[in-house]
Design a protein around this ligand. Structure first.
Ligand code: MYA
Length: 578
């Protein structure tokens, strides 16, 4: 059964709609809004004077002075408590500032994001008071720039498979770390590394290797970096390999305890993915503005191109998707700010949705700009190149889809396993079975209802009630069919993840539009209602399609094509050859 610790999305897998988690749509605190307003104004002014995106992109470098100027504006310590020298913004404020920075320049956003979304986040989330005092003031001021060192040549999506090792010194005072880290943002400029390495731990009398998180302050003997990588986009950001050769790290620099590094890494990424998602919203707003400008100016066939239906459809879709993306980001940052224990699935869902929304938006912007969009003279091709990485880093969208599906099914899976055990002991298990059966019958007959949506949104709420019930039933069917093998069923995982991401997008939108109508009245919310209704129609079609395809699909044929292709090693057909 869903427990109070279960997040909104985890509860959804049990068919439970935790309305009180998502209604009313969160409003930033006045104090946060005021500080954010001041910072974003400063960023906009600063941007015009200092940011030279086209030049930086061409040179694949930006001057380090720009980072120093950012630091002088407080932008290297956005989430650091004020008493430790930072701006002390909560996650919602942090995300809004990242959104603005990303709208300035992709490389700059990645540099500042890698520094504080993930680089020193370990301290904020898991550091001791002593560690925070020792490092945070210098990180907030930009004296130390941070980097997050998890990825390795043989460990990308499979983060637990890292090879870097940390051995305890005979006197127990240090760890000696050796290994190689790959594609480390800020690798060349960082003076503070958050490094993940395997250490030996003893659990229940048994020796095991587990991940531990360390911080390394530079300069430090044995640490070096590789040459700067050349990239498709975000070209002016620093990306390097980091080599660790018998680096001596004091035990006081362990974050979160020996053997707890995997939890530390995941905790950091749950925050980082939201910073990235917010950045995507910022860039998408730029692209939408550019598209609208061109739609209103460019004439063809004696008409503004914006008057043509195909352009209207594109602009409307861009606006609609960005509204939904924004609703997901700030709902999820609110979960963090109010102290929820778990928002990992919501954060992953927002990352996937926002990065794909941005990709579609920058692509359609180029289409609206036509030939000009493809030319270096305009920034649009760079926006496209810069946007591409968001679907890859901080967890590829594929691994995050698998995570959303499997993490959501874990609870119902455990419940079913418990039930199976209880059935083997009918007397002892009677209570468990009866409780489960009563709940299921109730749920299957009535489903859960949404009472907090505005009456104008009743029909939309109805879609969600229906789909939530179907999700919980589909999950049980899948788990009964595959059991533990569900870990290997990625075609099904993708469908479940796509359904859940769409449902989360719809729930966040429903809550936000409800709040707007309640505040401003229906007449003033005509556009927001249209956004919600059009998004729900589209998402509804996708969700229905995905449910249907759970049982009727072409998966086996697709596997056959892939397997044969792997065997052959390339595309095997040519119309000119037999
Ligand atoms: S940094 C590199 C990013 N790398 C990744 O994201 C790695 C992706 N891989 C994973 O996340 C994990 O390995 C997966 C787990 C998910 C595949 N929260 O058995 P398990 C728990 C909380 O499933 P695995 C970069 O790119 C799980 O419940 N807990 O593990 C930055 C379980 O717990 P328990 C979690 O199969 C670049 C345990 O862990 C989470 O090994 C710079 C084991 O789970 C979670 N999320 O794989 C970016 N996941 O044992 C700068 C798992 O208790 C960007 N668990 O049941 C700046 C932005 C700029 C904006 C720009 C805008 C244009």
């Amino acid at each position: 059964m869903a427990t109070p610790e279960n997040s909104f999305l985890k509860s959804l897998f049990f068919g439970q709609i935790r309305e009180d988690y998502i209604f009313p749509y969160p409003k930033p605190k006045a104090e946060t809004a005021e500080t954010v307003g001041m910072i974003t104004d400063t960023i906009d002014k600063f941007g015009k004077d200092i940011v030279k995106s086209a030049v930086w992109d061409e040179l694949a470098a930006m001057p380090i002075e720009v980072v120093e100027q950012m630091a002088a504006m407080g932008l290297t310590g956005i989430g650091v408590p004020e008493e430790l020298g930072g701006l002390g913004l909560p996650q919602t404020g942090y995300a809004r500032v990242m959104q603005q920075i990303a709208s300035l320049d992709g490389s700059l956003a990645v540099t500042l994001g890698a520094h504080q979304s993930i680089g020193y986040k370990s301290l904020l989330l898991f550091g001791t008071d002593e560690q925070k005092k020792r490092f945070l003031p210098r990180l907030a001021s930009g004296e130390l720039i941070a980097a997050f060192c998890l990825t390795e040549p043989s460990s990308g999506s499979d983060a637990a498979s890292i090879q870097t090792r940390a051995e305890l010194s005979p006197d127990g005072k240090h760890y000696i770390i050796t290994g190689n880290k790959l594609w480390i943002t800020n690798g060349e400029i960082a003076k503070f590394l958050t490094v993940f390495a395997k250490t030996e731990v003893v659990e229940n009398g048994e020796k095991k290797d587990k991940v531990t998180c360390f911080v390394i302050e530079l300069p430090s003997e044995g640490v070096s970096h590789g040459a700067r990588e050349h990239k498709l986009g975000i070209r002016a950001s620093w990306t390097n390999a980091i080599h660790l050769d018998k680096v001596k790290v004091p035990v006081e620099n362990i974050i979160g305890g020996v053997g707890y590094g995997f939890k530390v890494a995941m905790g950091i990424l749950n925050h980082g993915r939201l910073g990235l998602a917010a950045g995507c919203v910022g860039v998408a707003k730029n692209a939408i503005k550019a598209s609208i400008e061109h739609a209103n100016e460019r004439e063809q066939f004696k008409k503004k191109i914006g008057e043509f239906g195909m352009i209207k459809e594109k602009v409307a879709r861009m606006v609609m998707n960005n509204y939904v993306a924004e609703s997901m980001v700030y709902m999820t940052t609110h979960f963090i700010d109010r102290g929820d224990m778990d928002y990992s699935m919501e954060s992953a869902a927002a990352k996937v949705f926002c990065s794909e929304m941005l990709w579609e938006t920058v692509d359609e912007n180029i289409q609206i700009w036509g030939g000009n969009g493809y030319m270096k003279e305009y920034p649009y091709e760079r926006w496209l190149r810069d946007a591409r990485i968001n679907r890859i880093f901080e967890g590829t969208n594929e691994i995050l889809r698998a995570f959303v599906a499997l993490s959501g099914m874990q609870g119902p899976g455990q419940e079913l396993a418990g039930l199976a055990k209880a059935i083997q002991h009918p007397l002892k298990g009677l209570g468990v079975v009866t409780e489960f059966a009563t709940r299921k019958v109730k749920q299957n007959v009535f489903g859960e209802t949404i009472s907090k949506a505005h009456p104008r949104m009743k029909k939309l709420a109805g879609f969600l009630e229906e789909h939530t019930l179907e999700l919980s039933q589909e999950v049980v069917t899948l788990l009964r069919r595959h059991g533990k093998e569900i870990h290997l069923k990625q075609f099904a995982q993708k469908r479940i993840a796509d359904i859940v991401i769409d449902l989360y997008a719809m729930y966040c939108t429903l809550s936000r539009v409800t709040a707007s109508i309640e505040e401003k009245g229906e007449a003033a919310c005509e556009m927001e209602i249209a956004i919600a209704e059009s998004f729900f129609m589209k998402a509804n079609r996708r969700v229905r399609g995905n449910f249907k395809a759970m049982s009727r699909n072409e998966d086996e044929l697709m596997k056959l094509i892939a397997d044969k292709s792997y065997e052959l090693g390339s595309y095997p057909y040519d119309v000119f050859k037999a």
